[in-house]
Design a binder for this molecule. Structure first.
Ligand SMILES: [Zn+2]
Length: 174
């Protein structure tokens, strides 16, 4: 049964939404849903392009957020580890002063997803530069940067879930 997995990947979403997803999956229609809705593949493939994309959004929407020292794709962040984006402030001594280096790491997984999902994860990690918790202020900031943020987050969870369900079918996951 795939419903426990659906509950795990879509926590907090209403039962009727979860049931609808289970039905789409059972009918083999999840793949089609994504191809129709998100036909545009992500073109950002290098760390440089990722940095420029992140920094562009930061400059446009988060004027007084700290500067980003480093932004890169990280192949260590995987679905299996349940971490697809990270933001860190690493304190380093520089010129006798303690300086926090801001880093954003995005899972290499997003190189192969629709463009909108990369935007979603980047917006998410950028919002954490100002808001630590996943509270109302955090989501308001996400929506400020990307008005379709909630839809993208939901669909990205659904996309992950469909990949896991497909793997389960061919026996890669038990
Ligand atoms: Zn977060």
């Amino acid at each position: 049964m795939s419903l426990p997995l659906i509950q795990q990947y879509l926590p907090g979403y209403p039962a009727h939404v979860q049931a609808q997803v289970a039905q789409l999956h059972a009918q083999g229609q999840l793949g089609q849903y994504f191809r129709q809705r998100y036909p545009q593949p992500n073109t950002i493939q290098s760390d440089k392009a990722l940095y420029d994309f992140c920094n562009g959004l930061r400059q446009r929407y988060l004027k007084n957020a700290p500067l980003l020292d480093k932004v890169y794709f990280d192949s260590q962040l995987t679905i299996e580890r349940q971490t697809l984006g990270l933001n860190t402030a690493i304190s380093r001594v520089q010129g006798g002063k303690l300086k926090a280096k801001k880093e954003i790491r995005i899972s290499s997984f997003f190189k192969t997803t629709p463009a909108e999902f990369l935007t979603m994860i980047v917006v998410h990690e950028l919002a954490h530069l100002k808001e630590r918790d996943h509270d109302k202020a955090f989501y308001q900031l996400c929506l400020h940067m990307e008005p379709d943020y909630m839809q993208y987050e939901f669909d990205c969870r659904l996309y992950l879930l469909s990949l896991i369900l497909n793997k389960t079918q061919v026996g890669l996951l038990t």
